[in-house]
Design a protein around this ligand. Structure first.
Ligand code: SF4
Length: 168
């Protein structure tokens, strides 16, 4: 998820729309690949994973995004500003860092749960190309594409990047 950008940033409206599309495509891909991987172990666990993913995203909006200046400027790279402003409003941006540290763990299962289940399946059941493929998608999207796109585009033009915990 990208960090702050403002209307004065050198990113065109078209560029912003593409960024929102790419960021959300990555998130959906990460969830779907993770859920399919977990499904190979337990269908019930896959459903719980998806429910958690949605719940944690709403929690993220409610606790972290609500403090983000991009909710006011309308330039959240993920496009969440529309939902956050309508559903939750916004709070003092100075609370962003503390809110981030307090609540960011809620979305960590998006990355961790598929890795644990994928590793378990490979060790327990041996080589399965479905597991390898899904694990590869989870790793490439979650650990390579998302961080690279955020750093190169979202964070690069962020006017409040110095306030971002990722830089600590
Ligand atoms: S509103 Fe701010 S904190 Fe939330 S995803 Fe967008 S840039 Fe990140």
């Amino acid at each position: 998820m990208g960090m702050f950008m403002t209307k004065t940033d050198p990113v065109s409206e078209m560029g912003h729309s593409i960024m929102v599309f790419v960021e959300n495509t990555f998130t959906i891909l990460q969830w779907v690949a993770g859920a399919l991987l977990i499904y190979l172990w337990s269908p019930l666990a896959a459903i719980i994973f998806l429910i958690w993913a949605v719940f944690s995203l709403v929690w993220f909006w409610r606790t972290i995004c609500i403090h983000c200046p991009n909710v006011r400027t309308g330039h959240c790279p993920s496009g969440y500003n529309v939902i956050v402003r309508r559903w939750f409003g916004y709070k003092d941006p100075r609370g962003f860092k503390a809110a981030f540290y307090r609540n960011i763990a809620v979305i960590l299962p998006w990355w961790i749960a598929p890795l644990i289940v994928g590793g378990y399946l490979l060790i327990h059941n041996g080589m399965d190309m479905r597991v390898v493929l899904l694990l590869a998608i989870v790793v490439v999207v979650g650990f390579v594409l998302v961080p690279v796109v955020s750093k190169k585009v979202g964070c690069r033009y962020c006017s409040n990047r110095n306030n971002c915990p990722w830089k600590d």
